[in-house]
Structure formats: structure tokens, C-alpha cells
Design a protein around this ligand. Sequence first.
Ligand SMILES: [Zn+2]
Length: 322
Amino acid sequence: MRADRDESRLRTPARSSSALDRVEDTPWRRSPIPGVQVRPWAHVSRVPARHSLSVDVEDWPQSVLDGRLPVSDRFIAQTLRLAELIELRGARATFFMLGNITRKAPELARRLTQSGHEIQTHGYDHRRVDRMTPAEFRADLLRSQAVIEDVIGRKVSGYRAPRFSIHAGNPWALDVLAECGFRYDSSIFPMRLRGYGVAGWPQRAHQVRTSDGAELIEIPVACGRMLSAPMPLGGGGYLRVLPVFIVRRHLAVQEALGCPELVYCHPYETDAYGVSRAGRRVPWLTRVHQGAGRAGFLNKLDELLTRFRFAPIREVFGINES
Ligand SMILES: [Zn+2]
């Protein structure tokens, strides 16, 4: 039924090598982050999938409510439920796992790897990058990388910062990522919102080069536009609350332009009762903000998984492992 919607008539234009050459010849230009230059990331997807889905795997009370809380085991069932839906629709995803989560449930990380999903890191215990020194960030990054690589037996070279906490205030984080052997980052939210994001940041995949000469590929999460202003729609509360046709239309238009998008979510968003079972009092505003849209979220995600083809970031965006 969904296949006969209007946007299904849109077709992705074949990408000529000359168009790709033009992208590769594009000079570096200044970005809204001082000292950081950008240019479009030229790639040719080798998979039929058109978009990527990423999942930040964490335990909601520990990662959102209070970082001092012990990690519960609720995330295991939530993640499995999400993975099963993704696999049922013939898709695979990128799972950004915390180090503490991987330590608690190594069999979960192995099960995801064996099912063809990509595993990368979300840091060790969900501390914001902008509240760490460069040395602390390096230690957090290497600690999570070591734990995950040890469990899954594969290289970890992609990163998503907790709460998108890489921005104009801490461009040194990009240098640290490159020093630690990371190939790509997905931490810069391409518009300014309260506490995160960069106004005017490119909405599509870009190469970034820091003032120290470090280079990375930056894959922002999907953002649309409304009345010429950027509009978040690719994940979090926005994806849960917005009518699904808005997200569907954005993905279809980008697909027709040959531009892959990156959608993101968390396993806890599939748990409609997770906020009330947090085990401690949750402030009213947090309850509304974190709980809104959870009840219908799996259905919404299922609609997107049915309508579009999703694959892991490295495959869709053509990024080598090392
Ligand atoms: Zn997170």
C-alpha cells in the first residue's frame, strides 16, 4: 500500500562520473566552526539502500536522568525489539553503543554484529564532550573503542557524541577523533538548538579539515527545511512527534536527488512505559519531553522501514573501515 504513494514515482537519477569529479574538485571552504573547513563528501554508494538508520544504544535512566545511576538491563529487550523490526524489513543499521552498555551486554553487541549491523561508539558512559577536557575525551573515546573492539572483534572507527555535544565551542574534538584513528563522526547537529548544534552547518555529508590538518567525514543527521529555515526531523522527539508524512516526504525528495539521509533513534523510544518505570521521580517537563510519541514510535519507524531501504552508514556513505 505504501509503495503506491506519490513519492514512489520519484526516481533517483543516475550519478555520472563527471558529477562525482566536480564534487571531488570542490575546494575547501570555511565553515561556521572557526578554523574548520568543509567540502562535500564525494562517494558512490555500492548498496541499493538509499538512507541510513542509526541507533544510539544506552540505558535511559543512566544516560538521560542521572549519569551516576547504575546501568539497568532494560536496554537489552528494547534493543532486541528494535533490531528485530529492522531485520524483519530486510534492513540493517548502525548501532552507536556506549562502552558501559557493551560491557554489560557483550552478547547483544555480538548478536548485532552477526546480523550484519555496523557497530560504532557513542562514548563510554554518555558524558558530554563539551564537559570534558581534550585529554578526558581521548581517554573516554579510547576506553569505549577498546571495549567494543574486544567484544565484536572488528575495528571501531565511527563516533556519535552524547547529545550531539561537538560544536563551535570544542572543534578540538575533531582532532582527537582523527588522532584516535576515527574515519567518521556524526556528532554535529546541522542547526542550532538549545544546548547543541551549529547554525549554518552543512546538512549533507561533508569532509572536514581542522586547523591542525586533521580530516574526517562528518555525517549529520537528517534535517529538513520549512519556510527556508532548517527543521529537525530525523530523530529524537522530533521524529516521534512529527506526522510521519513530513519525514517520509523529506526522505523521498532527498532520495530523488541522490542524497542519502541519516535517521536516528534510541532503543528506549520503543518503550511506551519506560519513563514511568524509571525507578525514581522524573520531573514533569522531562516526562513530557522524553515520553511524547513513544507509544506510536515503532509503527512510525516500521512505516519508514517499509517505504525506504536502509543500510549502515559505512555502506551507504562509502566509508572504509580504516
Ligand atoms: Zn545518547
